[in-house]
Design a protein around this ligand. Structure first.
Ligand code: NAD
Length: 503
C-alpha cells in the first residue's frame, strides 16, 4: 500500500485542500509504516493571535444566537460526521495506528457527543432559588463564556476535540483548536467537516472554529492570550504543570485532562473469565496508549495462580501488526520515543525484581515503525516505574493478601484517572466506590478502566488535573454563571436584616 497516496485521497474526500498538505515546515508521519504523509505549515505566533481575535468576534455574534439554534449546528455536524465516518475513522487509523474498529469507534464517540449536545442545547437550565426577602426572586442564569481554546493529545486526536467543541458550541462559544503535532491531519479533516455543517446551517459567523497547526509553542500562544476565556488541555501531566499555572496567572479557566496510571483490583470472588477479558482490553487495547489504559493490577493471592498464567497466555498469543492491512488487535506505538520509554521502563522494572513477559519489538518491513508485543510484568511490590505512567502497553501485576493494603497501594500514585474492581462481594465493591475507596475520577465495578461512554463526566483527580469533559454537567465549565436577584416589591429590604437608612 502507498500510505501517502491513501492519506491524500482520504483527505481529498473529506474536503481538505491538497495545497495545505505539502511544502510546509512540519512533517507528519504515520506510525503504521513510519512514512511521511504530509508536510504542513506551522502558524506563526502573530498570525495565531489574529486567528484568536477573529474567534473572539465570532463569539460576540454566536452568543446572541438562541441555544437551540446553536444546537442545530451541532446536529448538522453529527450528520456530517455520520457521512464521513468510514473515511475519518480510516484516517485516525493511519495517523495514530489504531485498529479499524477503534478508529471507527472514535468517530462514533464524536457522533454520540453531538447527539448529547443537541439535547443539551434545550437544557442549559439554571435554578430558581428561595430568597429570604419578601417580593424578591432569585435565580441563576448561564451565559456563553468566550473563546474556548482546545489543546489535544495524539492518542484521541478527534474525539477529545469533539467532546469540547460540541459542548462549547451549544453553550455559545467560539473554538480555537491546537491539535497534537503528531496528528494534525485528522484536525484538518474535522475542520472541513465542520465547514460543511456550518454552510448547511447558514449565517454561522466566520471563524467560529479555527485550527492552529503547530507544536507546543503555538499552544503557548493560545494559553497566554487574554481573549481565550477557557483552555481545555489534554495531554501529559508535564504539559499540565506548564499550562495550569500560566492560565491561573491570568485567571483564565482551565479544564486539565492529564496522565493516568490506572489500576484494577481482582478480589477472591471475581468472575475470572470476565476479568480476564476486561484486563486484556484495558491493558493491551490501543497498544496501551489510552489515558485510561490499565497499567497496574492487584490480584488476590487466592486467585493469582489461576488468573495470571491465563493472562500471560493471552499476552503471548495476541496479534500485533499493521492495523490497515491485517486483523491484528494491537497496532504500532506512535513513535520511536514511545518505544524507547517503554524499553527504559521495562529495564528499570527488571532491576527492581520484575519478571517480564513480552515487551520485545515485533519486526516488520518498516524499520521506522515501532510494533511491540505488550508486556506483562510481575512485580514483587509497587515501586518505580510502576508508580509512573509509561505511555505504552505495560501491565504491572502485583499479588495482595489484604484488601485495605491493596486499596492503599491503588491510591498511592500521583495520577487519579480511572480504576476498576473485580468482585462479587458487595462490601468490597461499595467500599471501592465509597469515600475511602478509589480516589479516581472514574471508578468501575466488573468492567475495565478504559472505554468510557460520553454520557458521564470524564476526567480525573490529583495529577490528572481535576478537569471534567463530555457528559453529565460538564457543560457548566463552558458557561458563565450569573446569580440574579429581582426585587418586584416597593421596599428595599437588605439581606441578613442589615439596616442602612440614609434619610
Ligand atoms: P503531550 O503532553 O506531549 O501533548 C499534548 C498536547 O499539548 C499537544 O498538542 C502539545 O503540542 C501540547 N503541549 C505540550 N506542551 C505544551 C505547553 N507547554 N503549552 C501548550 N501546549 C503544550 O501529550 P501526548 O504525548 O500527545 O499524549 C499522551 C498523554 O496525554 C498521556 O500522558 C495521556 O495520559 C494523556 N491523555 C490524557 C487524557 C485525559 O483525558 N486525561 C486523554 C488523552 C491523553
Amino acid at each position: 500500500m502507498d500510505i501517502r497516496k491513501e492519506t491524500a485521497s482520504l483527505l481529498e474526500r473529506l474536503g481538505v485542500k491538497a495545497e495545505l498538505l505539502s511544502g510546509g515546515d512540519m512533517p507528519v508521519f504515520s506510525p503504521v509504516t513510519g512514512e511521511r504523509t504530509a508536510d504542513l505549515t506551522t502558524i506563526p505566533a502573530a498570525k495565531a493571535r489574529e486567528v484568536i481575535a477573529g474567534a473572539h468576534q465570532a463569539f460576540n455574534a454566536w452568543r446572541m444566537v438562541p441555544a437551540p439554534r446553536r444546537g442545530e449546528l451541532v446536529r448538522l455536524l453529527g450528520e456530517e460526521l455520520r457521512a464521513a465516518k468510514a473515511d475519518l475513522g480510516r484516517l485516525v487509523s493511519i495517523e495514530v495506528g489504531k485498529i479499524e474498529s477503534e478508529g471507527q469507534g472514535e468517530v462514533q464517540e464524536m457522533i454520540d457527543i453531538c447527539d448529547f449536545a443537541v439535547g443539551l442545547s434545550r437544557q442549559l437550565y439554571g435554578l430558581t432559588i428561595a430568597t429570604e426577602r419578601p417580593g424578591h426572586r432569585m435565580m441563576e442564569t448561564w451565559h456563553p463564556l468566550g473563546v474556548v481554546g482546545v489543546i489535544t493529545a495524539f492518542n484521541f486526536p478527534v474525539a477529545v476535540w469533539s467532546w469540547n467543541t460540541a459542548l462549547a458550541l451549544v453553550c455559545g462559544n467560539a473554538v480555537v483548536w491546537k491539535p497534537s503535532e503528531k496528528t494534525p491531519l485528522t484536525a484538518l479533516a474535522c475542520k472541513a467537516i465542520f465547514e460543511r455543517a456550518a454552510k448547511r446551517l447558514g449565517d454561522v459567523p466566520a471563524s467560529l472554529l479555527s485550527v492552529l497547526i503547530g507544536d507546543r509553542a503555538v499552544g503557548e500562544v493560545l494559553v497566554d492570550d487574554e481573549k481565550v476565556a477557557l483552555v481545555s488541555a489534554t495531554g501529559s501531566t508535564r504539559m499540565g504543570r506548564e499550562v495550569g499555572p500560566r492560565l491561573a496567572k491570568r485567571f483564565a479557566r482551565s479544564i486539565l485532562e492529564l496522565g493516568g496510571n490506572n489500576a484494577g483490583i481482582v478480589c477472591p470472588s471475581a468472575d475470572l473469565d470476565m476479568a480476564l477479558r476486561a484486563i486484556a482490553f484495558g491493558a493491551i487495547g490501543t497498544a496501551g496508549q489510552r489515558c485510561t489504559s490499565l497499567r497496574r493490577l492487584f490480584v488476590h493471592e487466592s486467585v493469582y495462580d489461576d488468573l495470571v498464567p491465563r493472562l500471560k497466555r493471552a499476552y503471548e498469543s495476541v496479534s500485533v501488526g499493521n492495523p490497515l492491512e491485517t486483523n491484528a488487535l494491537v497496532g504500532p506505538l506512535i513513535d520511536k520515543a514511545a518505544f524507547d520509554s517503554m524499553q527504559r521502563a521495562l529495564g528499570t522494572a527488571r532491576e527492581k525484581g520484575g519478571a517480564v513477559t513480552g515487551g520485545a519489538r515485533v519486526e516488520t518491513p518498516h524499520t521506522d515503525a515501532y510494533y511491540v508485543k505488550p508486556a506483562l510484568v510481575e512485580m514483587p511490590r509497587q515501586v518505580a516505574p510502576v508508580t509512573e505512567e509509561t505511555f505504552a502497553p505495560i501491565l504491572y501485576v502485583m499479588k495482595y493478601s489484604d484488601f485495605d493494603r491493596a486499596l492503599a497501594d491503588h491510591n498511592a500514585v500521583g495520577a487519579g484517572l480511572s480504576s476498576s474492581i473485580f468482585t462479587r462481594d458487595i462490601r468490597e465493591s461499595e467500599r471501592f466506590l465509597g469515600p475511602d475507596g478509589s480516589d479516581c475520577g472514574i471508578a468501575n465495578v466488573n468492567i475495565g478502566t478504559s472505554g468510557a461512554e460520553i454520557g458521564g463526566a470524564f476526567g480525573g483527580e490529583k495529577e490528572t488535573g481535576g478537569g471534567r469533559e463530555s457528559g453529565s454537567d460538564a457543560w457548566k465549565a463552558y458557561m458563565r454563571r450569573a446569580t440574579n436577584t429581582v426585587n418586584y416589591s416597593s421596599a428595599l429590604p437588605l439581606a441578613q436584616g442589615v439596616s442602612f437608612d440614609i434619610d
